[in-house]
Write a protein that binds this ligand. Structure first.
Ligand SMILES: Nc1ncnc2c1ncn2[C@@H]1O[C@H](COP(=O)(O)OP(=O)(O)OP(=O)(O)O)[C@@H](O)[C@H]1O
Ligand SMILES: [Mg+2]
Length: 435
């Protein structure tokens, strides 16, 4: 595949990108707010050496779909005008001078082993907190200088994500709880990762540079508005690049955020979602109503039942509750992984013949699953009906994820997810008050 070299694309570095591009340290993390121009920086950074035939760069995203959607898609805009040609099966750009830029993904820790024996002059990771530390270390060991091409280890990321802690620890001098280095200040580390003074043999230099959304004039206010609609913790991480925004008590479902109602308002549709207790935990069923998109607060927790007991009692409770809620209410039962989960969900579906029963397979961790629901509660768009269960519900959600229990968090988040995932016309309208 060949392309005609045309003039360079219109790409001028933002101030922070310029600092990152100029950084001569061995290892750099360019991190912070979403939309700070991090991925664009990573694509442009290796271009400085692509005129050298020995220049070998590789850029990673955690998964292949993300890689295609982000770095690869954008690379066509940025690289093609430079006369580079793309080899799709190798996921590799060849530049006129002989330099190569390849794309890779590391979905499982063993994927790193595919690069055994490979050598690169530039290794880059986009969204570093999505990777595990072992993969990062392994790939960085593939860095070799050849024929005067300097070696560079580069990463970009937002705070948050599964690798938040190790990334924060590695750049602890800049973004830890007690930072000792200024943004852009260079520090040296020995091969075992210990901080050493400049001039120590084998020491490698490391730098952190912050990326901020406000730096990027290429993004409109709509992008900022999207970030403002996130739950409070994710918002602080993505909008402000805040590494300290902690998911802790009151962070996701603060007790002051709920609107309290004395009686149940009319709702357009409602869902009863169950979380089955295991190992002595309570089984919980949360009834959540949707008052309609033009009503605030839109989401109303109408009822919570809970029970500790053997399986046959739980089955009886689920059936009795469905009968009490009525046929207009959708019932959601979780389907745990494995055959036992499939069998359990199937047996509930059979027992609830005549009701609209849905099964949900939990995906991602509990905090991730709770975030969309937290965003609504945090925005003052959720209410609770005053009842004997209300205080315990508020307390459990306030303590999440630090508290001992999360059954009511899971059940209400599942009810919410079902309501937002299911188009309104798929539900039967329910009468103004629940029976
Ligand atoms: N120097 C630049 N010149 C032109 N456009 C730019 C420049 N830097 C970034 N952009 C554009 O701004 C938008 C955001 O940049 P980019 O995707 O690099 O940010 P990001 O920090 O990786 O964002 P996210 O956190 O969402 O991954 C993109 O559309 C990108 O193409
Ligand atoms: Mg990006």
């Amino acid at each position: 595949m060949s392309t005609s070299p045309t003039k360079s694309p219109e790409w001028r570095p933002l101030a922070a990108q310029r600092a990152a591009l100029a950084c001569g340290a061995y290892e750099l993390l360019y991190g912070g707010a979403a939309g700070g121009g991090k991925s664009d920086y990573l694509l442009v950074a290796p271009l400085r050496w692509v005129h050298l035939p020995a220049s070998r760069a590789i850029l990673f995203r955690r998964s292949f779909p993300e890689l295609e959607r982000t770095l690869i898609a954008r690379s066509h805009t940025l690289y093609r005008p430079l006369g580079a040609s793309y080899h799709a099966t190798r996921r590799e750009w060849a530049f006129p001078g002989g330099g190569l830029v390849t794309f890779g993904y590391l979905e499982s820790p063993t994927d790193a082993l595919r690069y055994q024996g490979a050598e690169f002059s530039f290794v880059g990771f986009d969204e570093l907190t999505h990777f595990d530390e072992a993969s990062y270390r392994y790939l960085s060991s593939r860095l070799r200088s050849a024929h005067g091409v300097p070696v560079r280890l580069r990463a970009t990321t937002n705070p948050g994500g599964p690798g938040h802690e190790w990334v924060r620890h590695r750049w602890g001098a800049w973004i830890g709880r007690e930072p000792t280095a200024l943004p852009g200040e260079r520090r040296w580390y020995d091969p075992d990762g210990r901080a050493v003074i400049d001039g120590t043999p084998d020491a490698l230099s490391r730098v952190f540079l912050p990326a901020a959304l406000r730096d990027n004039p290429y993004l409109g206010t709509a992008y900022r508005a999207q970030l403002l609609a996130l739950d409070p913790v994710t918002r602080a991480q993505l909008l402000d690049g805040d590494w300290d925004a902690a998911v802790g008590e009151g962070a996701l479902f603060h007790r002051d955020w709920w609107r309290m109602l004395d009686t149940a308002p009319p709702v357009a549709r409602s869902v009863r979602a169950w979380d089955f207790g295991a190992g002595g935990d309570a089984t919980v069923g949360v009834l959540l109503g949707d008052a309609g998109h033009d009503v605030t607060p839109r989401w109303v927790v109408l009822d919570v039942v809970s029970h500790r007991g053997p399986p046959h009692e739980v089955h009886r409770l689920v059936q009795a509750t469905a009968a009490r809620d009525g046929r207009a209410v959708t019932v959601v039962v979780p389907q745990d992984p494995g055959q036992a989960g499939v069998d359990q969900a199937a047996s509930y579906t059979r027992e609830l013949a005549g009701y609209d029963v849905r099964t949900r397979r939990p995906t991602g961790d509990k905090v991730t699953r709770a975030r969309p629901w937290s965003a609504q509660v945090g925005a003052g768009n959720a209410a609770l009906v005053r009842a004997p269960w209300t205080a315990a519900f508020v307390a459990e959600l306030h303590a999440f994820p630090e508290g001992g229990h999360d059954d009511q968090v899971d059940a209400s988040a599942d009810a919410f997810a079902t309501l937002v995932d299911t188009p309104a016309y798929a539900f039967t309208r329910v009468p103004s008050t629940r029976r």
